[in-house]
Write a protein that binds this ligand. Sequence first.
Ligand SMILES: [Zn+2]
Length: 127
Amino acid sequence: MKRVNKNNYHQRFAEHLMSRICRQAQIPNIKIEVKELRRGGRAVLHNRYISIPLWANRTKEYFIYYVIHEITHFICSYCGHNMAFKLKEQEICKRYNIAIEYSKAYPKRLLRHDTGQLICGKYGYST
Ligand SMILES: [Zn+2]
């Protein structure tokens, strides 16, 4: 009998999101890895590699936001976390009904885009 691997589930969900977002942005796929990390994930542009910490799955929407944030670094390379970056990040998040309330580069809160309902507050780090 096949054991359900929680990590594998998140890995496959991240890959699914990545391929969809990259296709829509018309950029090549990026290698994405969901794993135990104490702090934040990373986007390594020259290796086309993203790591996502397992703790990002505190809510499904936060996990989606996290994947979008890292992929936006590839769409908007060399933007840092400037306004162009944030506009692109928000545009993609909106497709998943997620709105970001920023505190500098990272969300203070995530809200439902349509109703403004609170999804979650600030959790940990992201790069
Ligand atoms: Zn970042």
